[in-house]
Design a protein around this ligand. Sequence first.
Ligand code: PXP
Length: 240
Amino acid sequence: MIRLGVNIDHVATVRQARRAAEPDPVQAAVLALLGGADGITVHLREDARHIQKRDVQLLRQLLPTGLNLELSVAEDIVEFAVNLKPDQATLVPERREELTTEGGLDVVAHEAAVAKAIERLKAAGIAVAVFVDPNIRQIEISKLLGATAVEIQTASYSEARTPADRERELDALHESGTYARDHKLHLHMGHGLNYTNVRPLLKRIPALEEVNIGHSIVSRAVLVGMERAVREMKEALRGG
Ligand code: PXP
């Protein structure tokens, strides 16, 4: 059975919109695990726009296993990860002006920094995935630099608007995923996956071991929880 890593960054986005205490992503993680999540994924960005160090520290205390920390190769963040010891670190690119992670990490262009980050994380006993585009060269270099897994980005697939474009993107994911598995890399995918586009992906790529999904799950949680939340407020008003 494929593992589902639930990315709870956007619970923290709502909290940070008010610099308030709620909603707490740590509570969301507990509920996600109750719902059957196999792991919890968070991205500690250098600008800490959503997830804070405190969140990751509490999650580490709470989860005996299955904590996946997304991070850039910046030395201070790598140092934080080395001390925190998530079960898995996923190296991602980061630009402050982007809305979300845009495309995979270019391991060819940033070979030295990626190699150094992988070495430090692995020396601390942390499994290291690299978030890359569906591109054979990127996967080949990730393997050479010592990654234990690749997370192939599915943004291009999820943004494809026509059946022909979707097929082309599925082909690219299949080809790059097969290359990764043939070279003994664990195979993860993520970005932009939702309740409708995930099935065709699994059908096409049965060797897929893990998906990381955030925005669509948090969006759905807001909607399915709205009726109950309003009902509870009406109750509170009646109580007064
Ligand atoms: N995987 C990686 C490496 C990501 O950076 C993100 C977004 O933070 C995700 C998966 C989840 O993407 P989405 O929120 O679109 O499901």
